[in-house]
Design a protein. Structure first.
Length: 422
């Protein structure tokens, strides 16, 4: 973990501030390691004059980013006492520890204690680190949640997936193919957290019972297709070989702001122009636009499926039987639903429903960007409904202030991606 000192700024400082705030310190999350952050850190650690974050400090802070702690049972402990000590509930503890019996808790054994706050936050930018912490936290809180990696990125980061439910009907949603569109990642993560919470409470979510969905469907979520690119955009790559290579690539395209304009993976390949569905046409269009070599955006690569991230998504899809896919991007508040003249059964009807519940427009993909995308290949290969959702409005990367509205607009689509297939 990166060491932090007074005067530092950026996303890692925001994660420090988020952890301290969750631990009960009154603190603004502004990404500046100033006097107030220093004071909060010293009070949290109980060590005056040691205002730095190294391994020992991160180890104390990480439970507040992962959303749970491990409690060692002591003589006289009860679930109520443990819950009160950590500011949580007995229900949360029993959910995280299946089969736990208060009278049978052994002294010196350890149990998972989830904190009361929600894991998916609207206060900080997302990164491969944060996504990993959230997934670990969700698994700790809901041990029946299934997760894993579909592959690894150029830098070796895992490309995580979540599976909610065990039903026979499979659907798949993904986000952050493009690095500067990473506000879509918490959309999928929040959806997962809200469904799991309602399931645990035997309650409804958006007037639907998750228990019913989980019996009928297997919902696969890939929240961060391009972890390296997202880390670059959000300031977690500030040195080293991969950063220097990205900077050299960007210098050939000075009209694209760096790193905010970066969409590609760290090889300079646009991951959503990598699929075998009109790839040669996409190459012709993008080459004519000047993207004929590695670039921050719009370079199709030397061949289709030449990047580890696109190969991982391709192979994961081939190994499943998805009846519908959603690919989340930004921006424009528009839903793209066709590839060329392919019109899978029910795809228009489902698209019109998505437009109705979100307020987004349903449109055909513009010709200049209508080839070689994941949605294009899925429709061509399987003749099943596939949609690219362009969430939000503005200039990428969209500010996190837009997240509440984006989520509100899209929750009906996320639910409808299953219920419209029933």
């Amino acid at each position: 973990m990166k060491e932090l000192y007074p005067g530092d700024q950026g996303t890692m400082v925001m994660y420090l501030q988020l952890a301290l705030k969750r631990a009960g310190r009154q603190l603004a999350i502004d990404g500046i390691f100033g006097p107030k952050t220093c004071e909060a850190l010293e009070k949290f650690m109980g060590s005056d004059g040691k205002c730095a974050v190294k391994d020992a400090e991160w180890n104390r802070l990480l439970p507040y980013l992962r959303g749970y702690t491990m409690h060692t049972v002591k003589e006289g402990d009860t679930l109520w006492k443990i819950a009160k000590m950590h500011g949580t509930s007995v229900d949360a503890i029993t959910e995280a520890n299946p089969g736990i019996q208060e009278k049978q808790m052994n002294v010196s054994s350890t149990i998972v204690v989830p904190f009361a706050f929600e894991l998916v936050t609207e206060e900080v930018p997302y990164s491969s680190l944060l996504v990993g912490w959230i997934i670990e936290g969700l698994q700790a809180r809901y041990p029946y949640l299934q997760s894993g990696s579909i592959g690894r990125s150029v830098m070796g980061e895992p490309i995580w997936f979540l599976r909610l439910g065990n039903g026979p009907m499979e659907v798949c949603y993904n986000a952050s193919f493009h690095a500067n569109e990473n506000i879509t990642t918490p959309v999928l993560l929040k959806f997962a957290e809200q469904l799991l919470r309602a399931y645990a409470m035997e309650d409804t979510y958006e007037e639907v019972y998750p228990e019913h969905l989980f019996e009928e469907f297997s919902l696969f979520l890939i929240p961060l297709v391009n972890p390296d690119g997202v880390d670059l955009v959000n300031g977690l790559l500030e040195e080293g070989f991969f950063y220097r290579r990205a900077l050299r690539i960007a210098q050939d395209f000075p009209e694209i702001p760096f790193p905010n304009g970066w969409k590609a993976n760290l090889q300079g390949v646009d991951l959503n122009l990598q699929f075998p569905a009109g790839w040669e046409m996409a190459k012709k269009i993008k080459y004519e636009q000047g993207y004929d070599r590695p670039a921050p955006r719009d370079y199709v690569g030397m061949t289709p499926l030449s990047t580890p991230e696109s190969i991982a998504v391709y192979e994961f899809t081939r190994n499943h039987d998805f009846l519908l896919i959603l690919a989340y991007h930004t921006q424009g508040e528009v839903i793209y639903w066709k590839y060329l003249d392919y019109e899978p059964e029910n795809s228009r009807r489902i698209g019109e429903y998505f437009a109705q519940v979100s307020g987004y427009r349903l449109e055909e993909t513009p010709s200049e960007s209508g080839y070689a995308g994941y949605k294009d290949w899925f429709i061509k290969e399987y003749i099943r409904p596939g949609y690219t959702i362009e969430a939000g409005l503005g200039i990428n990367p969209l500010p996190m202030e837009q997240f509440p509205q984006i989520y509100k607009d899209n929750v009906g689509i996320l639910i409808g991606g299953m219920t419209m297939l029933e």
